[in-house]
Structure formats: structure tokens, C-alpha cells
Design a protein around this ligand. Sequence first.
Ligand code: SAH
Ligand code: MG
Length: 201
Amino acid sequence: MNKEELIKIKQKALDEHIPIIMDDTLEVLAEILKKERLSRILEIGTAVGYSAICFSEYLGHEGRIDTIERDPDRVKEARENIKKAEVEDKICIYEGDAVEILPTLDNEYDVIFIDAAKGKYPFFLSEAIRLSHEDSIIIADNILYKGYVMSDYNKHKQRTAVNNLREYIAEINNNPNLESKVLEIGDGLAISKVIKKSHEI
Ligand code: SAH
Ligand code: MG
């Protein structure tokens, strides 16, 4: 990959206030991704491709990242960035709403990274579990949402998002097929390992 281009892509995204993955969050993810040569990663929320380009470093030979983005301008920029970073052969962008695209997917992913509309996190989790195998890791960014999720915050227009993030945390803690932890890193990171894949739907 072209690291110089990656630095430029990151700087431009920061200048334009695009909520790309934070450095400390990326470090934690890198530790997880490094452990094994991954063959398939699914990302929900591409933005301009920054995180996907970073993750592509950790793919095994012939590994691939599928990433979903609904904003056409961001998709266009992500495609350009992925080309500049010289990782086109590793990243496939699905353009559209993840709520519609996820149900059409039918692969097993080693790692699934959820980083999109917070109000949809519980749905993304159920789809992530469906698209996982035993030992897959499901990671959700921004899970503590500026601290709102763990406070008694419940007024304001973000209430639905906060309630859905709380529901996500409750689900990962209660689901016996997952082993989960929530880290206060970046904007909050939930990491769940699929310890058992249940086959009933
Ligand atoms: N993962 C990126 C940042 C993603 S920002 C990085 O770290 O570099 C979140 C992105 O998710 C935004 O670009 C937004 O347009 C997209 N998004 C939000 N809800 C979505 C949905 N339901 N389907 C597809 N994309 C969505
Ligand atoms: Mg994020």
C-alpha cells in the first residue's frame, strides 16, 4: 500500500470533519487484526475509505474487505482513495443503505466492523451475527457516544441513537453465544467474539 497517500487521505478527511476512526481505536483494532491472517472483513460505514485502507494491511493473501456506504459522494471519494492507496484489489465497496444491502450478503466474515448510523446498531448486530462463524469478531465503534450512553442522558434529539446503542450493549452482554467487552477507548469500542454459532434463525 502507498503510505504517503494514506497520510494525505487521513489529513483531508480530518480537515473536512469526516468521522474517521481515531488513532487509539485503530491501535486496538490493529492488535486484533494482526493476530491472524484474515481472509474476509466486513465494514459497515466506509466514509472515504480511510479505515478500510488501514485494515487492508492485515489481510492474508487473497483476503478481501467488503465495505458498505450509502452516501454517493463518499463512495466516489472512497473509490479514488482506494486507488491512490493502491489497494483496489483488496477492497470492494457496496453502494447503498446497509439496512438493505446486509440482508443480500451471504458470506462468512472473520471480522465485522460496525461504524455507521447508531440508530441501526441492533439490526447491524443481528446481521453481523448471521454473517459470522465461530471465532469471528464483531466490533462496534462509537458505542459510548461521547459518554451519553453510560450517563442518565435521555433528552435531546439523539435519544433514539443513545437508546439503540444501549440496546446493542445489552444484547452483546446477554447473548450466550458472544463473549464481549466494552472499552472506553476513542468514542467507545465494543468487541465481541462469537464463541458459538447457533443455527436456528
Ligand atoms: N469507517 C470510516 C468512518 C465511517 S463514518 C473510517 O473510520 O474511515 C460513518 C459512515 O457511515 C458515513 O460515511 C455515513 O454516510 C455511513 N452510513 C451511515 N449510516 C449508513 C447506512 N445505514 N448504510 C450505509 N452507510 C451508512
Ligand atoms: Mg466511528
